[in-house]
Design a protein around this ligand. Sequence first.
Ligand SMILES: C[S@@+](CC[C@H](N)C(=O)[O-])C[C@H]1O[C@@H](n2cnc3c(N)ncnc32)[C@H](O)[C@@H]1O
Length: 251
Amino acid sequence: MVANMKWDYTALAPSYVMRPDYAPDAIDALCALTGARPGHLVCDVGAGVGHLTLPLLDRGLMVDAVEPNDAMREIGLRRTADRTRVAWFDGTGEATGRPAGRYDLVTFGSSFNVTDRSLAMLETARIGKPGAWFACMWNHRDLDDPFQAEVEAMIHALVPDYDYGTRREDQTAVIEGSGLFGAVERIEGRILHTVPAVDWIRAWESHATLQRQAGDRLPAVLAGIAGFVAARGLTSVVVPYTTRIWTAQLR
Ligand SMILES: C[S@@+](CC[C@H](N)C(=O)[O-])C[C@H]1O[C@@H](n2cnc3c(N)ncnc32)[C@H](O)[C@@H]1O
């Protein structure tokens, strides 16, 4: 099932596996703050190919992974096939299909922005236990890094109205404005993602925001990125990211 074609990840699924992990210390801090511990049950919404599901499982949590896109979910299923504490479900943030009052923590790894956030928070309140926690997070590439700044300038030259939209916005007002949660806590962690240059270029093909906004200018953007890598003779690229998490407890 594809719930919302505007956010159809089918074509991006194979290269999505190469996206960077979330900063481990940020995930640890989230678990510490929310009291999530082995045996607790998490609903990981928009779980994709499992980038957040896997580190949650690594910390002993049980995870129900909800993902509407068949191609993403199939890869996620494969990547977690050797894990016993995970189950995958077809569903969306707005309608997870999961039972009411079941979860200790409901997570949105780079997926809160692809939902109707008001409906997704209402659904979180429905499926969460009393006092359950909500968390949404993204990996933000550090655009101040000199190499990344050059790449950004090139993208903006080709796609002048390029905008990262809600995935780079502060989520605090939206979460607190729902009236469903207590005060929002913020967590940040840095992570360096070192990738073979060819994989880094290919990973741009999985950049949903760029793909949507560049349209038929995408080949030129990808050629520009490949040109930067070739000009520097890079065989691998070190890409700095900041994992940013917004988390709050149900009232
Ligand atoms: C950017 S990916 C993130 C995947 C993964 N959680 C991660 O951290 O890398 C966004 C995912 O949200 C899914 N998605 C699209 N619409 C959705 C919706 N309405 N509710 C929940 N997930 C949705 C997409 O299919 C995709 O797998």
